[in-house]
Design a protein around this ligand. Structure first.
Ligand SMILES: [Zn+2]
Length: 416
């Protein structure tokens, strides 16, 4: 029986979310905002106080720590648990005022600092599962920051449990907290040598019991259109405007399929994200997504052909098609190490939850880490309505996530 201290866990979470750690997509610094280090320093101090070893924080805002092995077995792989300290740029993270709703009664919740923000059970059906239990919301003017301070609190509380319960046997455990996940740079300055872990888990997911071992594979594509330029006063039968051709290419994209707004589940898509240029030369940026990495080539071919058909109408003009790799489906890696997700599934079940396996229609730090040599699926924390003022989380879900982490540590030891 693993008893996670929910009072301590709640207290941790409520403290962490009050530290403003919003990251900045416009910044080229590492971390993208200095304030993220405010939380990193707090975590550093708390990990030291807890008695963990190799506790470090660096100039980039990463925090590393070790829970040393306490088993006589010497062949247990080093397992890493990871979450991110930053919050999303989409919604203010300044002066977050978390509100603990004890014994949630099932009623709709009006957030006090902006009564237009109403958390409704009719919209957020998952609230139903938390009636009679404690939930935490923000106050109406900011996000809550459960994404991903719930992950941070979950890992910290499980670490506390492990150091306080030496009878629970486990191998060497590494903990890493990363900055800048929300702006796609969470792994840019991570020191994989220093981390020195064999397998990892991020705690950065939603409903209790969910395990995500699959992400999109992602490419970028750029179409550059070269028109024919002339003085606009004397351009008759000479000028061909690249901006207008770019417009035609966009108009030629299908309306009922092959886009984010017309696909879900396991369907891939192509999505224009930017247009820029002058009459002489125009550039369209796309993102290309699919769960099956090999299908990315089909999407590129289709897009290129569609653009070429438009260009065929304009002799004298030309186009370039450039593709860039962005990230790859973590499943391609995880399938080579099936026990990593298997053990997570077992841990979730030991924590008394129903396992749900999901695919992420996006990327995570875990997909990047998986390709950097650390196979790394994603686990739930309970976070809901993320990146918004209506973000909330149930305390029971966070406690279940901590419990899952403890079970995972035990399972790796048992199998070793
Ligand atoms: Zn997150």
């Amino acid at each position: 029986m693993i008893l996670i201290d929910k009072v301590q866990l709640t207290d941790r979470f409520m403290r962490y979310v009050q530290v403003d750690t919003q990251s900045d997509p416009e910044s080229n610094a590492h971390p993208t905002t200095e304030k993220q280090k405010d939380l990193s320093r707090i975590l550093y101090e708390e990990l030291k106080q807890m008695g963990l070893e190799e506790v470090e924080t660096d100039e980039f805002g990463y925090v590393y720590a070790t829970i040393p092995s306490n088993t006589s077995k010497t062949n247990i792989p080093v397992i890493c648990f990871c979450s991110h300290v930053d919050t999303a740029p989409d919604c203010s993270g300044t002066h977050v005022k978390p509100i603990l709703h004890k014994n949630y009664d099932g009623a709709d919740i009006v957030l006090p600092d902006d009564p237009s923000q109403e958390l409704k059970k009719s919209v957020s059906a998952y609230l139903e599962k938390h009636i009679g239990a404690d939930i935490i919301t923000a106050s109406g003017k900011t996000l809550l920051g459960a994404d991903d301070k719930s992950g941070v609190a979950v890992i910290m509380q499980a670490a506390q449990y492990l150091v306080s319960n030496p009878s629970v046997k486990h191998g060497k455990i590494r903990i890493v907290f990363t900055p800048d996940e929300e702006v796609g740079k969470g792994t840019v300055k991570i020191d994989m040598k220093k981390l020195a872990a064999d397998f990892g888990y991020t705690f950065d997911g939603g409903e209790a019991g969910s395990l995500e071992d699959e992400t999109f594979s992602a490419d970028g594509a750029t179409i550059i259109v070269n028109g024919v330029i002339a003085h606009p006063g004397y351009a008759k039968n000479k000028m061909i405007n690249a901006l207008k051709i770019a417009g035609e290419i966009l108009a030629a994209l299908p309306k009922n399929e092959w886009s984010p707004e017309t696909t879900d589940k396991r369907e891939g898509f192509v999505h224009p994200v930017s247009v820029s240029g002058i009459a002489e030369r125009a550039t369209i940026g796309f993102i290309v997504r699919d769960f099956v990495t090999a299908k990315l080539a089909d999407h590129h071919n289709r897009l290129k052909k569609l653009a070429e058909e438009v260009l065929d109408k304009y002799p004298g003009c030309s186009m370039e098609y450039v593709q860039q790799e962005q990230y790859r489906n973590m499943k391609d890696i995880l399938d080579q190490h099936p026990h990593v997700a298997d053990y997570a599934a077992q841990a979730i079940e030991r924590a008394g939850l129903t396992l749900t396996k999901d695919s992420i229609r996006g990327g995570t730090d875990g997909s990047r880490l998986s390709y950097m040599g650390l196979p790394c699926p994603n686990l739930f924390t309970g976070m809901q309505n993320i990146h918004s003022k209506l973000e909330w989380i149930g305390v029971n879900d966070m406690a279940s996530a901590s419990e899952t982490m403890v079970h995972l540590a035990m399972i790796w030891e048992e199998k070793g």
